[in-house]
Design a protein around this ligand. Structure first.
Ligand code: GDG
Length: 473
């Protein structure tokens, strides 16, 4: 590790740095998995860029360091900050509010104060490493105030913000006691990106109604305190995955052998249904289980013929709503298995673990039907990963219309997960679908995720930031 240079021309700011602590890794850090990191790393490496974020351990104070050709700029969070800013305001106020109040958001002034304080710290860290006129790209709902704070510190830089989760309809957004401050925070950016056209529309609507600003086709006229006028643009940039990486893994003989082994270990049922989600109340896991349980109860499915594999990766385990969700899901799984399992067959193979990506791809390949039944989801990358992994053009994606992915993946079997009878019929349609029809749909889906991968997403966003700066195309 060496000291990075202190000025960067491209800067990414996100809650977490793209690395995890790992005592066994060289230098003590390992690159964290995920599409965002793989898309942005080459950009930062090429431009000598920097990434500003929290290293993931409370109280850890670190100087900037270099990792894989990027300058990493750590922001320190105390245990209190983690509890109030991250678990509190980010994950128990904004997250439920922006996901249509599926779980009731909690509004606490102390959490808000911590959110302001921590956002300021991120803004100052970004300001301190930005070269004159740098492009700064802020990521996600934990940092909605950073664009404006950064603009005040550094009026010379070009600021982008990307919102990974939904932006709610005005009637819900209006609940937020700090609704004006959050909108003003976001409007500090030159380009404000959302997953869906609908999210961008909800945002501009809130801006009009709360701040009385003029908006036209996503362009918002913002007047600063000194009277100067600028334009901020809100538009959709649907995020994607590293499609090539999934395709490549899925073609590996050892991954294909593992997929076969998984099916064998389940007793080679005719049909394997698969769900994989962070254990989060937005993902509709309970609705999925209800529909599946009723299909077994009505003998439309028999436990000898079908198994549902549900990976529920541990998430936000210190937030009360997540503890309660886990109890509910595990109670339901236990009931269904108790009612329908035989000595030799299980209705649901429930796994509360995280798996390496190779194993995920093997599971995708082993699954005849992929169930994505989110009640609200910014995009849902699992849907795209399933498609990218199906190099055999087989398998059926059942996809909730309340995901961002539904806008793009039109050949999936679409469902409204609240309509349990409709969901049951969709699962049966998927199970009964003929191979030729599966292949026809899967090929079209695969074309889409090949053409629009995560590199394409970051290129589009950064091109718009370059255009703001007046760089040549
Ligand atoms: C937010 C938005 C938006 C899950 N379990 C394991 C594992 N995963 C990976 C999946 C996928 C990712 O986590 C989950 O991404 P999603 O998009 O499905 O959902 P969120 O975590 O809620 O992400 C969402 C996203 O941001 C990007 O903008 O799409 O709407 O909510 O990549 O594969 N990966 C491995 N083992 C696991 O056990 N390796």
């Amino acid at each position: 590790m060496s000291d990075p240079k202190t000025e960067a021309d491209v800067i990414v700011v996100s809650n977490r740095l793209p690395v995890d602590h790992d005592e066994n890794a060289e230098g003590g850090w390992r690159r964290s998995p995920g599409g965002l990191v793989s898309a942005l790393e080459p950009v930062l490496q090429k431009t000598g860029g920097a990434w500003v974020g929290w290293p993931g351990t409370a109280g850890l104070e670190l100087d900037p360091f270099e990792f894989d050709g990027m300058a990493l700029v750590p922001v320190t969070l105390s245990a209190d900050d983690v509890e109030l800013y991250y678990e509190g305001f980010s994950n128990d106020t904004i997250w439920p509010l922006y996901h249509d109040v599926i779980s009731p958001p909690a509004y606490h002034r102390e959490w808000w104060e911590a959110y302001v304080r921590v956002n300021e710290r991120f803004a100052r860290a970004a300001a301190s490493v930005a070269a004159p006129g740098a492009l700064v790209w802020v990521q996600d709902y934990q940092l909605q105030l950073v664009p404006r704070m950064l603009r005040e510190l550094r009026p010379d830089v070009v600021i982008g913000y990307f919102h990974h989760i939904p932006f709610p309809a005005y009637g819900l957004y209006a609940q937020l006691p700090w609704r004006k401050q959050v909108l003003a925070g976001l409007l500090g950016a030159d380009v404000i990106g959302f997953q869906r056209v609908q999210d961008a529309g909800n945002f501009t609507n809130a801006v009009r109604r709360q701040l009385g600003l003029e908006t036209k086709a996503g362009a918002i006229r913002v007047t600063a305190e000194d009277g100067s006028v600028r334009t901020a643009v809100a538009r959709a940039y649907p995020i994607s995955i590293d499609t090539e990486a999934y395709d490549e893994l899925a073609r590996r003989p050892e991954v294909q052998a593992r997929a076969k082994e998984i099916r064998e270990s389940l007793g080679d049922p005719q049909t394997v249904l698969f769900g994989v989600d962070r254990l989060d109340y937005t993902k509709g896991i309970g609705h999925r289980l209800k529909a599946y349980g009723e299909l077994l109860e009505e003998n439309r499915l028999e436990v000898e013929d079908v198994t549902l594999v549900q990976v529920a990766s541990p998430s936000r385990e210190r937030v009360a709503a997540y503890m309660q969700l886990r109890d509910e899901i595990e109670l339901t799984v236990g009931r269904i298995n108790g009612d329908y399992d035989t000595v030799g067959h299980t209705a649901i193979r429930y796994l509360h673990h995280s798996y390496p990506r190779e194993e995920m791809v093997a599971l995708y390949l082993a699954a005849d039907v992929m169930l994505v039944t989110a009640l609200r989801d910014g995009m849902n990358l699992v849907a795209k990963e399933y498609v990218a992994s199906r190099v055999d053009s087989r398998g059926v994606l059942v996809l909730s219309e309340f995901t961002g992915a539904a806008d793009e993946l039109s050949q999936a079997v679409k469902v409204n997960p609240h309509d349990i009878d409709g969901l049951k019929d969709a699962i049966m349609t998927a199970i009964d679908m003929q191979p030729a029809e599966q292949a026809r749909r899967m090929r079209a889906l695969r074309r889409r995720v090949r053409e629009r991968d995560v590199a394409d997403w970051s290129r589009r966003f950064l091109a718009d930031l370059h255009a703001v700066r007046g760089d040549d195309a």
